[in-house]
Design a protein around this ligand. Structure first.
Ligand SMILES: C[S@@+](CC[C@H](N)C(=O)[O-])C[C@H]1O[C@@H](n2cnc3c(N)ncnc32)[C@H](O)[C@@H]1O
Length: 234
């Protein structure tokens, strides 16, 4: 769970660069695929950056996230976009959408395989016919272990960040806040690596007809992304 502290770290230390660059990729992908996207829902929307950019491009957006801190920041930044707090495993919107997205390993935060299956079944129920569910997945080797590094200061306190693998297929992102030499807050975010083949099988079982896994979302890209993109069409 992203606490209020971690939510503030997200934008303050530039971690919002990912949804910003993803939005540009997504806009080009929509153009390349020649699909009509009038409405979009972003699951695990964080501080709302992707929704904000897509809304500027005349797509009606809606965001949801488990973290009240993330949603509070999203609402403050984009007061005209609807944002909800919820768990994507159980949460269901009232509307349906042409496109459902989930970015920056939001899906990897779901640790139980049965819960991932529930997300897929839920999403299938609220994507419009012909619409898509597009999300990224952490790729093995992408979240390399790293020694604690100082990120800078948050409210005059030193912020340290590290990544480690507490077990097979598990990744922990840890932030520690120090007042002088005293540790005043620790936060651990757990993620799980998933086999893209398993993900594709489960998307099909949930009802999606065309399912694709790629590290090149755009045809003309000659360099490969450090992440898997999963695209499921209803
Ligand atoms: C790494 S952040 C990515 C945020 C945003 N998508 C972005 O690209 O900046 C992962 C987000 O997933 C959210 N999240 C994790 N588990 C979730 C769940 N079960 N339901 C909804 N959101 C969840 C977290 O609260 C967090 O905001």
């Amino acid at each position: 769970m992203y606490s209020d502290i971690f939510s503030r770290v997200y934008d303050a230390f530039g971690w919002n660069y990912y949804p910003e660059s993803f939005a540009q990729l997504l806009l080009r992908w929509i153009e390349e695929m020649e699909i009509k996207v009038k409405s979009m829902l972003d699951l695990g929307c964080g501080t709302g950056v992707l929704c904000g950019i897509m809304q500027e491009h005349s797509i009606s957006t809606h965001g949801m996230d488990l973290s009240t801190g993330m949603i509070a920041m999203a609402k403050e930044k984009y007061p005209n976009i609807p944002f909800d707090v919820g768990n994507m495993v159980t949460w269901k919107p009232e509307n349906t959408y042409d496109l459902v997205t989930s970015t920056c390993d939001a899906l990897n935060h779901i640790l139980d395989q049965e819960d991932v299956k529930k997300v897929f079944r839920n999403v299938y129920s609220y994507v419009n016919a012909g619409g898509s569910f597009l999300f990224d997945l952490l790729r093995e080797g992408e979240a390399e272990e790293c020694e604690p590094v100082d990120l800078g200061e948050l409210d005059g306190k030193r912020l340290q960040f590290q990544i480690y693998h507490p077990g097979e297929n598990l990744v922990t992102l840890q932030t520690d806040l120090f007042d002088g030499e005293t540790l005043v807050n620790t936060e651990k975010i757990q993620e799980r690596l998933y086999d893209p083949e398993w993900i594709m099988t489960e998307l099909k079982k949930a009802g999606f007809s065309e399912v694709q896994c790629t590290d090149q979302l755009l045809k003309e890209h000659d360099s490969h992304a450090a992440t898997w993109f999963m695209i499921a069409r209803k």
